[in-house]
Design a protein around this ligand. Structure first.
Ligand code: ADP
Ligand code: GLC
Length: 491
């Protein structure tokens, strides 16, 4: 099968979160299962430094918002990605530094609607083999609102590849004013809420993908069910229920890239280990190195006190408010230390910074994005905290399972599909891998952390828990096979 994979971020080229991890691995997994795959991505300013073998393949022109944009398509390769990458080069829209969606003031680029609508138009031209690339895919997989218009645009063609739209997060709807809809010259029949892309007098690019793709997938079975309820669907539950009733909404769990996230080989950590070999000693040494980053006194660095780590986008989704709420009490009542690495809402950044000042040597933070620290925390922390209010899949809990760092999670979406709670029964049955709380409240979070810290002091039970987690199979091959079975059924 020939598969075109359209995405707005891909590790190691450009990353804001888990979508980049997925895009950096899933298309490669299709390729290793003997399919022909191309990835298409906007040529953002920072991407140029990360690619090699760049070669212009074609040029075309795309009309939008009253102007014609000149588009160049380049082939490129990147370390860690085995398939050809096609970069869509439109300098007016994408030659900007830093975050792919945000300007330097931390706010969305004013023209994000135009940027990703034009990108989607180019992807549709590539999918129809009209972009001068001499390649006709059988199927196009597009991801999140940024490429939501791709399946919609393809419905306008009489003969076309099949489309699969993957939802990574319902919280970002890609909402833009009617003026953009007009500027893009989209068909007026789409300007209605039931079968079209109108959403309360705006256009929704997320809705476009959900309404018009041949199949809709999301990144865990539990999230596929959750998003048919209003709490998780932000007003799109009606459309999602319809797609579910048609049998066209499917949840497929993400995997992890074992070349990148593997305690046996991870280049960001100095002491490698596995479920069977060296785990206890190596984790202790990795813990010291992680703590060393914060320039702490030797007594702290050498201490055996538990360290709870958190890495993630500092946004309401991740339950940061709950963490802020329980931290002072936990610091007073336990000997645990907390390490938090993240960037996001300035209010969360401010409150975490305050806590770090208030409790030096107990709360250590890094506000910013650091690939290296993210790996060091997975390997060096004793416990990993992920109290997300909702979580479509979540990758960090999978990484922490693989690194023998039992996660503490709220039972939602992919977190409930991947972490088995350390109840007495599950521990006895050898199934427990982490700690799960069922109500997103400060009380539930606090008592679960206290339970985890208690179990941490029981060394044999703890080591069994770590080992169970490390032995789980979350390979991308497993997920890719499920996607391919779906693709084959529709192509
Ligand atoms: P989401 O996609 O909602 O952000 P995931 O758990 O699926 O959540 O994926 C998050 C990815 O982004 C992980 O690879 C994680 O390590 C990474 N990440 C998030 N914040 C940071 C940060 N501040 N520094 C380094 N990596 C980060
Ligand atoms: C989103 C979700 C996260 C998921 C990731 C990759 O950003 O928030 O749960 O793991 O996409 O699918």
């Amino acid at each position: 099968m020939k598969i075109l994979f359209a995405t707005s971020e891909a590790h190691p080229l450009i990353k804001t979160g888990g979508l980049a991890d997925v895009s950096g691995s899933l298309p490669d997994a299709y390729y290793h299962l003997k399919h022909k795959v191309r990835m298409v991505l906007p040529a953002y300013g920072d991407v140029w430094e990360k690619v090699s073998d760049v070669k212009q393949l074609s040029e075309l022109s795309i009309g939008a918002c009253g102007r014609k944009l000149h588009v160049r398509i380049h082939a490129a390769s990147a370390e860690g990605i085995d398939i050809p990458i096609w970069l869509v080069d439109i300098p007016e829209l994408f030659h900007r530094p830093g975050n792919p969606y945000l300007a330097l003031d931390g706010k969305d680029w004013w023209d994000n609607g135009e940027r990703f609508a034009v990108f989607s138009k180019v992807v549709a031209e590539i999918a129809m083999n009209r972009a001068g690339l001499k390649w006709q895919p059988d199927l196009v997989q597009s991801n999140d609102w940024q490429t939501g218009l791709v399946p919609a645009l393809l419905t306008l063609e009489s003969v076309r590849p099949k489309t699969v739209f993957t939802i990574h997060n319902m919280a970002y709807a890609g909402l833009f004013p009617k003026s953009l809809f007009e500027g893009l010259e989209l068909p007026w029949k789409w300007w209605e809420p039931d079968r079209g892309i109108e959403f309360y007098n705006n256009m929704s690019m997320l809705k476009a993908g959900i309404q018009m793709a041949d199949r809709v997938t999301t990144v865990s079975p539990s999230y596929a069910k959750e998003i048919t309820f209003p709490e998780y669907a932000y007003g799109l539950e009606g459309v999602l229920i319809r797609r579910l009733d048609e049998g066209h909404l499917i949840g497929i769990l993400n995997g992890i890239d074992q070349d990148l996230w593997n305690p046996k080989t991870d280049p960001f950590i100095d002491h490698h280990y596995s479920a069977d070999k060296g785990r206890v000693v190596a984790k202790k040494r990795n813990k010291k190195e992680m703590l060393d980053f914060w320039d702490l006194p030797k007594s702290v660095i050498d201490s055996d006190d538990p360290v709870v780590g958190l890495v993630g986008r500092l946004v309401p989704q991740k339950g940061i408010d709950l963490v802020l709420d329980v931290l002072p009490e936990l610091i007073e009542q336990t000997n645990a230390r907390f390490i938090m690495v993240g960037t996001g809402d300035s209010l969360f950044e401010y409150h975490l910074t305050e806590l770090a000042h208030q409790y030096p040597q107990r709360v250590m933070i890094y506000i910013g994005y650091s690939e290296s620290l993210a790996h060091k925390v997975e390997a060096g922390a004793d416990l990993f905290l992920m109290p997300s209010r909702f979580e479509p899949c979540g990758l960090n809990q999978l990484y922490s399972l693989a690194y023998g760092t039992p996660p503490i999670v709220h039972s939602t979406g992919g977190l409930s599909d991947t972490v088995v709670n350390a109840t007495k029964e599950n521990l006895v049955a050898g199934k427990a891998t982490g700690f799960v709380f069922y109500d997103p409240s400060r009380h539930a979070l606090k008592s679960t952390i206290l339970h985890a810290l208690h179990l941490f002091s029981k060394k044999r039970t703890w080591q069994k828990l770590q080992k169970n987690g490390m032995q789980q199979d979350f390979s991308w091959t497993r997920s890719a096979k499920q996607y391919l079975a779906l693709f084959k059924a529709i192509v």
